[in-house]
Design a protein around this ligand. Structure first.
Ligand code: C2E
Ligand code: CA
Ligand code: CA
Length: 694
């Protein structure tokens, strides 16, 4: 037998190449695991090429390290074939470990194929020497080399599979694993070499690949391929990480945008858009699985005065507090949305329709408890309208409209409560629309009338004037009270022209009374907030007075407390101009608007009108009695006249007189009446008095 020898330096180099190839392979497996789409195939193709070249060059350098006392060469075709086998086995291995799962059977089968692949590569490479006579193999060592090839493949596949996803210390783990794999591959190679026996007198029949420098060429080529692959992989991983970062921040930004688009940014509650979506889902759910849900339209009562008196900031805080309280009381699947200023909608899934009143009553009770906002304790209430599904509307729009109509019903039934929708409410909405059309024509058609309600001096019982209260003589519906159209007129701006008419007519009537000998009376005219903000107010008051040759102090303008407090500085300047003109100013409905005393002191008002609500419950409610006496004391301290309205009984009259009210007004003393009837009553009272005196 010929005795072969090994070049130690090339053996070491082959070991290094084997380790580097293993490291590259492990890295690529990780790359394939995180790549998406076409990149997977690109990495797999490129990966099997470079890994195949790596393994093959380890093998080939190992061959070059071996020398016999005769010259050796390698057949080009067979060597190329061995390279192809290495690339194919590598491709198979990469594909196998990038599968989502790797059960034991699959691992064993894979190791068998890959191991045989490597062995085939090796022995094909050996055959490329074209020895004659042929190489003889030691059976035991040959089988050993096969076992090592398969065992090493199994270990490599297993390690690669486990390491493919990022784990802590992945670099270290990969390095250790590639040393193990490198040794195994080299072990197989040299075991296979050891199995080979070359009989004495063998000659190498291969030309093609031989000669000096071949080892370096193979080494440099394989190192460059592996190096480039690794570099690309590392750069790509960086890029991927950066892309992932970018995608992540995009996702975050997206989530924020969705949050903004679907939520109200004051309270963080869902907005109209999200609500629509939830209603659609709830409807679908009920259609498919039965059951029912309620849509509750919640509108706060008394929110506007808070906003007007304390400013928007406080109003916002209050809304937030309301949202927080209501939300705290929800079940997981319910939706509370804010769809407008002080309007909320609650969507509740119910086991049965009979549960709805309980839920609604709970919401009403929740809101009626005091809110501590900033330094203030605020008391408001809510009116709730309820539409049920199925039953009160076939689509979202109808459901919401009907819940809204029911809410208006709850408001007109006294607020602080709830109403279920019923069909008649829709007709109400239609009626409102008709009424609005009629109202537009009412001014031209001169359909308004003024009624006058007398005011009396509390101490002497003498009339001191009257409050002008508007009525609408509707062509079909007859005489309408202001409550049924003033709100509508304010919403549409029609109140400006109606108000001008009222002012003019009241001045005309007052002039008449002056001429009849009642020059000491005052006529009171109500102004709504919109008129008060209107630029022309001061001029039109001045014009009405001069048109009817009326002294300014024959006219009292009544503005509600919240109107006066709204935009305090602007109000102040209008009030001052009116007051400078000599017009008398009265703060109407006093006690309902959270006035600050400081502000009240600066107002150029002459009169406070205690709200009807306090007078009504005077006898039953000791709180109200306390409030009224406090208002009287306050008014006296500020030098204001105190007028009590809504006096309906003898008791109230006496009580209010005793407290020190200056003037009284109410059904007990006189109803609002047209001017002729009003004067008839006055004359009758005067006659009565003359008789009494006589
Ligand atoms: P207000 O200014 O508080 O007017 C007093 C209201 O109380 C009047 O209702 C009057 O009829 C009613 N009232 C008088 N005495 C009693 C009583 O003893 N018991 C009860 N329960 N009520 C009494 P009316 O005429 O229906 O007016 C309602 C509101 O409409 C007025 O409240 C006022 O805010 C507004 N309004 C009336 N006329 C005009 C107007 O010409 N212009 C504007 N902007 N608003 C007006
Ligand atoms: Ca009034
Ligand atoms: Ca009033």
């Amino acid at each position: 037998m010929l005795i072969g020898s090994y070049s130690p330096s090339l053996v070491v180099i082959s070991l290094c190449v084997a380790m580097l190839a293993s490291y590259t392979a492990l890295d690529l497996v990780g790359r394939i695991a995180t790549a998406r789409g076409r990149a997977v195939y690109l990495w797999m193709a490129g990966g099997s090429l470079s890994m195949g070249i790596g393994i093959w060059s380890m093998h080939f350098i190992g061959m070059l390290a071996f020398s016999l006392p005769i010259p050796l060469g390698y057949d080009l075709t067979l060597t190329g074939l061995s390279l192809l086998i290495a690339v194919l086995s590598s491709g198979f291995a990469l594909w196998l470990v990038s599968q989502p799962r790797l059960p034991l059977m699959q691992l064993a089968f894979g190791a068998l194929i890959m191991g045989s692949g490597i062995a085939t590569m090796h022995y094909t490479g050996m055959a490329a020497m074209r020895m004659s006579p042929g190489i003889q193999y030691d059976t035991v060592l040959f089988i050993d080399s096969l076992v090592i090839a398969i065992g090493a493949s199994a270990a490599a596949l297993y390690i690669a599979f486990r390491l493919r996803n990022a784990i802590p210390h992945v670099l270290l783990a990969r390095s250790v694993a590639s040393v193990v794999m490198g040794i195994a591959i080299v072990g197989m190679h040299y075991t296979g070499m050891a199995a080979a026996m070359f009989p004495e007198g063998s000659v190498c029949g291969a030309s093609g690949l031989n000669g000096k420098g071949l080892d370096y060429m193979v080494l440099i080529t394989s190192l460059s391929v592996l190096g480039i692959t690794l570099l690309t992989s590392v750069l790509d991983a960086r890029m991927e990480a950066r892309t992932a970062d970018l995608a992540n921040s995009l996702r975050l930004a997206n989530r924020e945008l969705t949050q903004l688009a679907l939520h109200d940014n004051l309270t963080g509650l869902p907005n109209r858009v999200l609500l629509a979506d939830r209603i659609a889902q709830a409807m679908q759910m009920v259609d498919e699985n039965g059951g029912c849900f309620a849509l509750m339209f919640i509108d706060l009562d008394g929110f506007k005065p808070v906003n007007d008196a304390f400013g928007h900031h406080m109003g916002d805080e209050l809304l937030r507090a309301v949202a927080l309280r209501l939300r705290g009381n929800l079940q997981g699947q319910d939706t509370l949305a804010r769809i407008g200023g002080d309007e909320f909608v609650l969507l509740v899934a119910l086991r049965e329709p009979n549960d709805a009143p309980t839920v609604a009553a709970r919401q009403v009770a929740l809101i009626s408890q005091v809110f501590d906002v900033g330094e203030q304790s605020l008391q408001i209430s809510a009116s709730i309208g309820i539409a049920m599904y199925p039953g009160n509307g076939a689509d979202q729009h109808a459901l919401l409209m009907n819940a809204d109509a029911a809410m208006y019903h709850a408001k007109s039934a006294g607020k602080n409560g709830y109403s279920f929708f019923d069909g008649s409410m829709n007709t109400n909405a239609r009626k409102q629309l008709q009424l609005l059309q009629d109202l537009r024509l009412a001014v031209e058609r001169k359909e308004f009338r003024l009624f006058y309600q007398p005011k009396f001096d509390a101490a002497t019982g003498q009339p001191v004037g009257a409050e002008a209260l508007v009525r609408w003589e509707h062509p079909e519906q007859g005489l309408l009270a202001p409550d049924s159209f003033i709100g509508l007129a304010e919403k549409t701006g029609l109140i400006i022209s109606i108000g001008e008419w009222v002012l003019d007519e009241a001045c005309r009537q007052m002039r008449q009374w002056v001429l009849e000998g009642y020059g000491h009376w005052r006529i009171a005219v109500n102004l709504s907030a919109l008129q008060f903000c209107h630029l022309g107010l001061v001029d039109s008051v001045a014009a009405a007075l001069s048109r009817h040759q009326l002294a300014a102090n024959n006219l009292t303008l009544e503005i509600t407390e919240s109107t006066a407090m709204n935009d305090a500085d602007a109000s102040m300047s209008v009030l001052r101009q009116l007051s400078d003109m000599g017009v008398d100013l009265s703060i109407d409905d006093f006690g309902t608007g959270y006035s600050s005393l400081m502000y009240l002191k600066r107002l150029p008002a002459n009169e406070l009108k205690i709200d009807r609500g306090f007078v009504r419950d005077l006898e039953q409610d000791s709180d109200d009695a306390a409030i009224v006496s406090a208002i009287v004391a306050l008014g006296q301290a500020l030098g204001l006249r105190i007028v009590a309205e809504g006096v309906e009984t003898d008791n109230q009259q006496n009580f209010l007189t005793r407290l020190g009210c200056d003037a009284l007004q109410g059904y007990h003393l006189g109803h609002p009446l047209p001017a002729e009837h009003f004067m008839a009553d006055i004359h009758a009272a005067e006659a009565h008095q003359r008789v009494a005196q006589a």
